[in-house]
Design a protein around this ligand. Structure first.
Ligand code: NAG
Length: 242
């Protein structure tokens, strides 16, 4: 008897497992705030294997394993299936209504920046970058216009990139050989805008560059005036009779 108990303890220790893991993942799927196509998918897992699932489109539990099939049979005859059906309204639609009004239907305008990355030297194309920052939702469209015509080639875009705080950014690059007098614009379409926003490229120098040119030009003019004054003074003085 004593010996048997010892053996039992040894066997238990050897066969001891790390435990079991059972969990349920409930998903509410919807394509719009109208909530006309909401689907509830509740999947039951045992040690990572899906055992059975309630799919509100099907309206019943469906088992995947022997255990799952048995459970589904029982639950589909009992109150469980009615409760699961009621969760489409009570759990999914109620929460989705809150999610849409609090977050998903909100739109935050992108901050758009259009700048020159590389100037053309005649042979090499110029490079313009149109960047949109801090917008939500991530769905956005950036395109380019050249004298009102949509540019189809020489455009490279990144994906919408998460900034980690619910906001997104995207960058689109245009390679082009500049022509004088042409108008280049970046067009941004986003849920936060009533209509597509057009940002025209201003090829004149940015303000800091303009200031440098202005300071240089003033210095040049001042120098010319001073040297002219000096020259006139010298001429007058040297031609004065003694
Ligand atoms: C739910 O059921 C519908 C209808 O049978 C099916 O089209 C859909 O793929 C199912 N979804 C899942 C996640 O099983």
């Amino acid at each position: 008897m004593f010996f048997n108990l010892q053996l039992l303890l040894v066997i238990t220790a050897v066969l001891g497992t790390d435990g079991y893991y059972h969990y349920v993942i409930a998903e509410c799927l919807s394509s719009s705030s109208a909530l006309t196509d909401v689907v509830l998918i509740a999947t039951f897992y045992f040690n990572k294997d899906p055992v059975l699932r309630f799919n509100s489109t099907v309206g019943e539990y469906v088992g995947f394993t022997e255990l799952g099939v048995k459970n589904a049979e029982i639950w589909n005859k009992g109150p469980e299936v009615q409760q699961a059906r009621a969760q489409l309204e009570g759990y999914c639609k109620n929460n989705l209504r809150i999610d849409y009004s609090a977050v998903l239907d909100k739109a935050v305008k992108p901050k758009v920046q259009l700048k020159s990355e590389l100037q053309s030297d005649g042979s090499r194309p110029a490079l313009l970058m149109c960047s949109a920052y801090d917008f939500y939702p991530p769905v956005i469209k950036i395109s380019w216009l050249r004298d009102g015509q949509k540019v189809t080639s020489a455009v490279t875009s990144t994906e919408e990139m998460p900034e980690g705080d619910w906001f997104y950014q995207i960058h689109s690059q245009l390679d082009y050989i500049p022509k004088s007098g042409e108008r280049i614009s970046c067009v941004v379409e986003h849920a936060s805008f009533q209509q597509p926003m057009v940002y025209d490229w201003d090829p004149t120098l940015p303000e800091s560059e303009r200031n440098k040119v202005a300071i240089g030009a003033s210095g040049l003019v001042l120098g010319i005036i001073l040297s002219a004054a000096g020259f006139i003074y010298y001429k007058r003085k040297s031609s004065r009779p003694y």
